[in-house]
Design a protein around this ligand. Structure first.
Ligand code: UDP
Length: 439
């Protein structure tokens, strides 16, 4: 293996295309993670190829993001959107096309970092076929998710088996929070090697604009009290808890209370259906006049929204990490989040925001009001959040930790030394056994 092949890595994200618009159905944290990790690793000198599934003939097959980082789209099944729960059967074709891509380009990836359980299966097959080493990030654990939803999909049992296999066989699993690691141990397996390396955010982009300028840009009055949500429209995101909490805020009825619910959706698809459901609850609660739905917010405009808000709310039923919380904190905005998963790691109660039990409308209302009614304290929380993100959650820092991990895994195994150690330790064992026998 020469030094060029040593620094080449494949990131595999079958259903989460790192090159597409974020904020629509099935495009969220995973896409952002893969794209940002890929670009940051490219900056560190890695040749990064991010493989994903092509969903339309109109999509380019290769998208070059920067000198060392590109997205490569492989065909697996028809060129159309397929929900992730229906993708498993197309994975063998994905692998064939991956192998063909390697053959055409005259190299093979010695290290593969897979994302989500579907890609982990691809990685495990590539390990068998060509001995690639595997790093895996789950993004979501079936064993935890199926505890929080009512309709368990058909693919669930397959997913649970694959998630256990990858934990036990990958060279390294990346947990993005200590809570996620605990869940792996509690619900998946006691075997396998887990490192904790968090998700990150772009601390130059998030935090580039202050509150006053942000409000001027968005036309929000300086005395308005702005509560904000951004994320996918999915019942598990708990948007219903948020709207019910705002409807019972002490500030309701005052003209300056505003609720912004950002996120993309397509009418008739699952996110469109959830958006309709939320809009009808908003109407029912009589808060339509203070609620706006700006639709999908691009990563470019998001810092302005976060900075303009008094509080960013993450009311998820469960969240393995929760990028939105650290993005808001990077913009010096206090966060009110569910007391679950990675949010318990990112949000420090009373220091960067507040935590409330998931789906507990009263607790969310009280936490939101505490922040809205104490602007000075809110500013302190905002500063605390920014500080925490700067020290722990920048993409550059995350990519450096991943780079060190990859480098360690790609080290050639010191076979000769190991053999020598074995000979020595066997000799020592023989000597000590002989001594015991003599005594
Ligand atoms: N996002 C966005 N625009 C939107 C909605 C969401 O850019 O309209 C981004 C958001 O900024 C974050 C990601 O999508 O980076 C959501 O990640 P998170 O981990 O919070 O949730 P997930 O989607 O993975 O469940």
């Amino acid at each position: 293996m020469n030094s060029t092949t040593q620094r080449r890595i494949a990131l595999i994200s079958v259903h989460g295309d790192p090159a597409i618009e974020i904020g629509k159905e099935e495009a969220g944290g995973q896409n952002v993670y893969v794209r940002n990790v890929g670009e940051a690793l490219g900056q560190l000198g890695w040749q990064v190829d991010m493989f994903t599934r092509k969903v339309s003939a109109k999509q380019e097959t290769i998208v070059q993001h920067s000198e060392n980082c590109r997205t490569i789209r492989l065909q697996a099944g028809e060129l159309e959107f397929v929900p992730r729960d229906d993708l498993f059967e197309y994975l063998p074709e994905f692998i064939d096309n991956f192998l063909q891509f390697q053959a055409e380009n005259g190299f093979k990836y010695d290290l593969i970092h897979t994302n989500y359980w579907l890609s982990s299966w691809v990685g495990m097959q590539l390990k068998k076929i060509q001995g690639s080493k595997q790093v895996h990030t789950y993004h979501s654990l079936g064993a935890v998710k199926y505890n929080t939803i009512e309709n368990i999909p058909l693919i669930a049992s397959q997913r649970l088996i694959v998630e256990k296999q990858v934990l036990e066989t990958a060279e390294r699993i990346v947990a993005t929070s200590p809570q996620e690691k605990e869940h792996m141990r509690e619900f998946v397996s006691l075997e396998g090697n887990i490192d904790i390396i968090p998700c990150g955010t772009d601390i130059r982009q998030f935090g580039r604009i202050d509150r006053e300028a942000a409000r001027a840009e968005l036309g929000i009055a300086s005395d308005a009290k702005v509560v904000m949500y951004v994320g996918r429209f999915d019942p598990r995101k708990g948007i219903e808890t948020l709207v019910r909490a705002v409807a019972q805020s002490k500030l309701k009825g005052q003209e300056n209370l505003q609720l912004i619910i950002g996120g993309g959706s397509v009418p008739g698809q699952s996110d469109g259906i959830e958006r309709d459901r939320i809009e009808s609850i908003v109407k029912e609660l009589g808060i339509s006049d203070i609620t706006t739905f700006p639709g999908r917010l691009s990563q470019e405009i998001l810092p302005t929204y976060y900075a303009a808000a008094d509080v960013s709310v993450v009311p998820s039923h469960y969240e393995p990490f929760g990028l939105v919380a650290i993005e808001a904190m990077a913009c010096s905005t206090p966060v009110v989040a569910s007391d679950v998963g990675g949010l318990q790691y990112t949000v420090v109660p009373e220091e960067t925001g507040l935590l409330a039990p998931p789906q507990d409308v009263d607790a969310f209302a009280a936490a939101i009001d505490r922040i809205l009614l104490n602007p000075e304290w809110a500013r302190k929380l905002g500063k605390g959040g920014r500080k925490r993100v700067e020290s722990k959650f920048s993409w550059d820092g995350v990519a450096t930790q991943l780079s060190e991990l990859y480098t360690e895994l790609l080290q050639p195994q010191p076979v000769a030394a190991t053999a020598m150690e074995l000979v020595q330790s066997t000799a020592e064992l023989v000597q000590s056994t002989a001594k015991e026998l003599v005594n």
